[in-house]
Design a protein around this ligand. Structure first.
Ligand SMILES: C[S@@+](CC[C@H](N)C(=O)[O-])C[C@H]1O[C@@H](n2cnc3c(N)ncnc32)[C@H](O)[C@@H]1O
Length: 538
């Protein structure tokens, strides 16, 4: 930990740099301004499954690109920026093991940078009353807390849920059998975040008893003392058998003597089976509401690793398995605490697609992202198709009373609009005509707007994209058609000399930009490839 600007922060190698993802197993350190990490990618719409217009979205691509597109692309940002009620992520844990479907042995600094950059985008997507739930194991959970503090503010840390993932001890463990994972919960703003209470359970109710046949029904003996100083809370009380009671040192009666006597007259005070125990104030089952969510989540309530493996085996007929699925009941509890029907749920490390599947069954809207196309086509899409068709009878289907319906869109993070060859940056072959205009709008934050020849607007500025060389004639033609009191941004592949001055003279405040030169900033720092699984040189 190092102190910077008076704040305590976790620091790591290359913390000020960004990571470029190559597939799922190789990252490259690059300058934050490098176009390869700063470019806003388009999302290509591929398909609709079930009903159109559901608002549910399955995206293939790196989480960072996908989240940046959702926060920045006109047409998407309106629906997603500041709209997500809950984000649950279960990123690769960095456990040093090689999993069948992704490689997990990332250098700590790579892992922390990867997490930090994606959390920063998640934060932009969250509603002011939203929350983020980050599922981790011992490998990184302590470091991740520091990163979460940095991104969301330490004051917004809510709690860490401990999930009992093992339903029996691992007797093969060399030291101790580690039976739990952690879910760090942060609110976007803890002062306004209000979690839902959980419905009562039979097991929870069974601890209420009725040893004195109280007509009000079963009750629990409540602690009569509190640690908080209370001016009327220091007195001596005499019980039915004449025994005298005072609070232990440093504690106080919760109620005044007068109130205790009133409660006793109403048979709401319990003095033990023989009338000589210290008084407790009865808490009746009939008077307690739903349960406040607790932080210890037992496998008997929300399932274990074995439960989720069985869920995935059942969904995919035992043919293939996914290494790290999470139980539907676990996700159901997260969503029950943090969302209401109709709310938008995000998971940008989809895996087998459990978050989207549970959100769908619970009547929440969802967005989920997965980088590996094979994982998407083998697990996520078929699973969600079954949910829509109502043919997935496992997991929380019965609890959620789900019988099918709804739908989702399938999209893919588009390839970059730029290509690089021997250090030179070119426009990609696909970036022509309308596609070039789409890509330019995305980079410069313009919303689509006509009329032709203009293709976008941002405040008072109008955008024109020239697929080729901008000449003096083209510029004069564009300015002629420009509405009063607007400015012009022209983006072209080549510019005649002197055009920048001309356009500023014709319409002050206007500008000309050359693509790719002005849109693709190349990083100043040397880049270094880091392949997952390989240790960095000491
Ligand atoms: C631990 S698994 C998630 C399991 C999931 N919660 C479930 O219940 O099935 C992590 C997933 O994140 C994916 N992933 C890794 N890096 C990613 C990235 N940069 N963007 C999107 N997905 C990524 C992995 O391919 C893997 O499928």
């Amino acid at each position: 930990l190092s102190r910077s600007g008076g704040r305590l922060e976790l620091t790591w190698a290359n913390k000020d740099m960004r990571l470029l993802t190559h597939g799922a197993d190789t990252y490259e350190w690059v300058d934050p301004h490098d176009w390869r990490v700063s470019e806003v990618r388009l999302l290509e719409h591929l398909d609709i499954v079930g009903d159109a217009g559901s608002g549910n979205l399955l995206v293939e691509g790196d989480a960072l690109h996908a989240l940046t597109s959702l926060t920045s692309l006109p047409g998407l940002a309106e629906h997603y920026l500041g709209q997500v009620k809950l984000c649950y992520i279960d990123p690769p844990f960095n456990t040093g093991q090689t999993f069948q479907h992704y490689d997990d042995a990332v250098e700590h600094s790579v892992w922390l940078t990867m997490l930090r950059d994606r959390l920063a985008q998640v934060r932009r997507l969250l509603r002011p009353d939203g929350s983020v739930w980050v599922h981790l194991d011992d490998a990184e959970q302590h470091r991740a807390r520091c990163v979460l503090d940095e991104v969301f503010g330490a004051e917004n840390f809510v709690a860490t849920v401990v999930w009992e993932k093992a339903d029996s001890p691992r007797n093969s463990a060399r030291h101790l059998s580690v039976d739990q994972d952690y879910i760090h919960v942060y609110a976007q703003d803890k002062t306004t975040w209000r979690p839902n209470r959980l419905p009562r359970t039979e097991a929870g109710d069974a601890i209420y008893k009725n040893p004195d046949d109280d007509p009000r029904g079963p009750w629990l003996p409540g602690d009569p003392f509190a640690g908080k100083p209370y001016s009327l809370g220091s007195y001596e009380v005499v019980g039915p058998t004449g025994r005298r009671f005072t609070p232990p040192a440093g504690r106080f009666w919760r109620v005044s003597l007068e109130r205790l006597q009133e409660l006793d007259a109403d048979n709401r005070v319990w003095w033990g089976p023989n009338g000589d125990a210290r008084p407790s104030i009865k808490r009746y089952l009939s008077e307690v509401g739903d349960l406040v969510p607790r932080t210890l989540w037992r496998h008997s309530e929300v399932g274990s690793n074995r439960t989720s493996s069985a869920e995935v085996r059942r969904l995919f007929d035992g043919a293939v398995s996914f290494s790290t699925p999470k139980p539907e009941a676990l996700i159901e509890r997260v969503l029950r605490v943090g969302t209401n029907p109709g709310d938008l749920v995000l998971d940008c490390f989809a895996g087998s697609g459990s978050t989207a599947a549970v959100a769908h069954k619970m009547g929440r809207r969802w967005v989920t992202v997965e980088v590996l196309s094979e994982t998407l086509s083998t697990f996520i899409r078929p699973r969600l198709e079954q949910v829509v068709a109502g043919t997935d009878s496992g997991g929380v289907t019965a609890v959620a009373e789900w019988s099918g319906g709804g739908g989702f869109d399938v999209a893919r993070v588009a390839p970059s609009m730029f290509e690089e060859d021997e250090g030179n940056v070119f426009l990609a072959e696909w970036a022509v005509g309308g596609a070039l205009a789409d890509a330019v709008r995305a980079q410069l934050g313009f919303t689509p707007a006509g009329p032709a020849p203009f293709v976008g607007e941002k405040g008072r500025a109008r955008l024109a994209v020239v697929d080729g060389m901008a000449t003096e004639g083209v510029v004069r033609l564009l300015v002629d058609q420009l509405p009063e009191s607007t400015t012009l941004t022209i983006v072209a592949q080549a510019l005649e000399p002197g055009l920048e001055d001309l356009v500023r003279e014709l319409r002050p405040g206007s500008r000309v930009r050359k693509v790719p030169r002005d849109l693709a900033t190349t990083g100043q720092l040397g880049s270094r490839l880091v392949r997952l699984g390989a240790k960095e040189p000491a």
